[in-house]
Design a protein around this ligand. Structure first.
Ligand SMILES: O=C(CO)COP(=O)(O)O
Length: 246
């Protein structure tokens, strides 16, 4: 049985004031849900978020980490530092990092290793662009992303995979429940072929998830939750998505 998981990816949004407001609402509203819940603010808000979520069921994660544990890497943040401030999770390989920071599957594989060594649970993001889907290459692209990141390390503790079609991120376009389910089933098969414990690995859908479309996505057998962007910045909307998973 896979426990549902809802993760808010706050991307590059927030201030001390908005973080306090959003998390105070979420902590007050969270009454022992049967879904796991995590929020991923920017690095500078992690410690504040951990402190606000203490004694609540909400966990905190980062949106990236370095592949090194320490060293001369100006501007980077290492996985052990993220664990040290009290985080449980780290998002890796998000399409925005692949596109704007040139992250390769090889680099993402190294970050996965670093995260696991620091005891963080990684959320590996995969997904195709619109052009790749239209060229009927969506499965090939996702298969390569999965094997590039996991081939050498199929037994990462706590691994979660998020399928985020790039064309559905921040666009208001969501994959239909059937499209998302088909890709999730494909991902589960690919994970098994790579030697990952696919049956127990949670697969999240991401891309314009909202209160209004969450339930039909979560009704699909291989969709175990969501990685939520814009809607995670509005407490009532995020809570409604959590409620739809429970
Ligand atoms: O990229 C996403 C989560 O990581 C999805 O973002 P949106 O929910 O804003 O489309």
């Amino acid at each position: 049985m896979r426990q549902p998981l809802i993760v808010g990816n706050w991307k590059m949004h927030g201030s001390r004031e908005s973080v306090a407001e959003l998390l105070t609402s979420l902590v007050t509203g969270s009454t022992g849900e049967s879904a796991d819940v995590a929020v991923c603010p920017t690095y500078v808000h992690l410690a504040q978020a951990v402190s606000l979520c203490a004694n609540s069921p909400i966990a905190v994660g980062a949106q990236d980490c370095s592949h090194l544990a320490t060293g001369a890497r100006t501007g980077e943040v290492a996985a052990p530092m993220i664990a040290d401030v009290g985080c449980e999770w780290v998002i890796l390989g998000h399409s925005e990092r692949r596109a704007y920071h040139g992250e390769s599957d090889e680099a993402i594989a190294a970050k996965l290793t670093a995260a696991a060594e620091a005891g963080l649970k990684p959320i590996l993001c995969v997904g195709e662009t619109r052009e790749e889907r239209e060229a009927d290459k969506a499965e090939d692209v996702v298969a390569l992303q999965l094997s590039g990141a996991l081939r050498s390390q199929p037994d990462l503790k706590g691994l979660v995979v998020a399928y985020e079609p790039v064309w559905a991120i921040g666009t208001g376009l969501t994959a239909s429940p059937e499209q998302a389910q088909a890709m999730h089933a494909f991902i589960r098969d690919e994970l098994a072929a790579l030697g990952v414990d696919a049956v127990n690995t949670r697969l999240l859908y991401g891309g314009s998830v909202k209160a209004g479309n969450a339930a039909e996505l979560f009704a699909q057998p291989d969709i175990d939750g969501a990685l939520v962007g814009g809607a995670a910045l509005v407490a009532a909307e995020f809570q409604a998505i959590v409620d739809a998973a429970t």
